[in-house]
Design a protein around this ligand. Structure first.
Ligand code: AMP
Length: 302
């Protein structure tokens, strides 16, 4: 099944209580596509600058990731810097340098236009919608991520894009901000009126919750002895979720629940090391092993 992602490919500077990295490969679309490629073929749409080398591009090589849609433009690659609090639950953005991203106009290569599964990573909602306009076949699933910046500054554009979205994948603070509701179930009901039929709320060390019209389903975060860098956990979650769903080829309650687990598996591996270090060195057997671990972790009898 064809899975399309549009979003940032970046260099990140990261500070956590466990260490510091001045300039490592990152970006929402990077984490997403590497995570999803363990499950299915991924078509990547994004932009990088002249400073993005063959060595950087190696992260996509030898995987099921088509980079025909990764544009190279004059200038520098998007740069983001962030610092995590002592308990790693809060993140402060120290710098966002758009660079080539400022002029980004996503253009889908012809073969991408028939994609059935689409993930619109966190970018300008108008650009997210422009991707949907280029798709020639009605997609099976459109999932979307966004952030406070777009919720506050472009609410109308975001609302218009949400009308074409099936699954909204955001964190709890964004859920509350978008809906003006503190309670997450009430927030979900509000969000369903905007378009999405499924809301997936990413809650960091508290796991993730999925809500749709009839049910709620939760998965814990995998208990880890050491978390080194939470960057990219949300996008890796989305990659595992959408990658699994596309590989299953069906969207129903059971598959959505499994997608939640595979999303959590990929997020949990990402945070074990800095940047993409752990995610890019995974074996498929490790993914299935941790999924089984999740099953044991949450099993009980009455
Ligand atoms: P996550 O930790 O999953 O929320 O995503 C972290 C990734 O998002 C980092 O690798 C950043 O490069 C990227 N990122 C941070 N801010 C933005 C932004 N405003 N637009 C697009 N991507 C961003």
């Amino acid at each position: 099944m064809s899975l399309l992602v549009v979003g940032s490919v970046a260099f990140d500077a990261i500070e956590t209580p466990f260490g510091k990295a001045d300039r490592i490969l990152g970006g929402a679309a990077t984490y997403f596509s590497v995570a999803a490629s363990y499950f299915t073929h991924v078509s990547l749409v994004g932009i990088v600058g002249e400073d993005f080398t063959e060595k950087d591009a190696a992260v996509f090589k030898g995987r099921r990731i088509d980079t025909t849609g990764l544009e190279r433009a004059p200038g520098k690659t998007f740069f983001w810097a962030g610092r995590y609090s002592e308990n790693m639950n809060e993140r402060t953005t120290l710098a966002t340098e758009l660079n080539v991203f400022a002029e980004f106009k996503p253009l889908l290569p012809e073969p991408y236009r028939k994609s059935e599964y689409i993930f619109l990573a966190n970018i300008d909602p108008t650009l997210q919608r422009s991707v949907l306009h280029q798709v020639t076949r009605r997609p099976k699933v459109v999932a979307l991520d966004t952030m406070n910046y777009w919720i506050e500054r472009t609410p109308e554009e975001l609302r218009e894009t949400l009308r074409h979205t099936h699954i909204l994948m955001i964190n709890d603070a964004e859920t509350r901000q978008l809906s003006n509701e503190h309670n997450l179930l009430r927030a979900a009901r509000h969000i369903f009126k905007l378009g999405p039929k499924v809301l997936v709320i990413k809650r960091g060390e508290y796991g993730a919750m999925m809500v749709h019209s009839r049910h709620a389903f939760t998965v814990p975060a995998f208990p880890l002895e050491q978390v080194h860098d939470p960057t990219g956990a949300g996008d890796s979650f989305a990659g595992g979720f959408m990658g699994y769903l596309a590989s299953a080829g069906r969207v129903n309650e059971a598959e959505l629940r499994r997608a939640m687990v595979y999303g959590s598996v990929m997020g949990s591996y990402t945070v074990e090391k800095f940047g993409l270090d752990r995610l890019r060195s995974l074996k498929r057997s490790e993914i299935h092993q941790r999924a089984r671990h999740f099953s044991k972790l949450t099993q009980f009898t009455l």
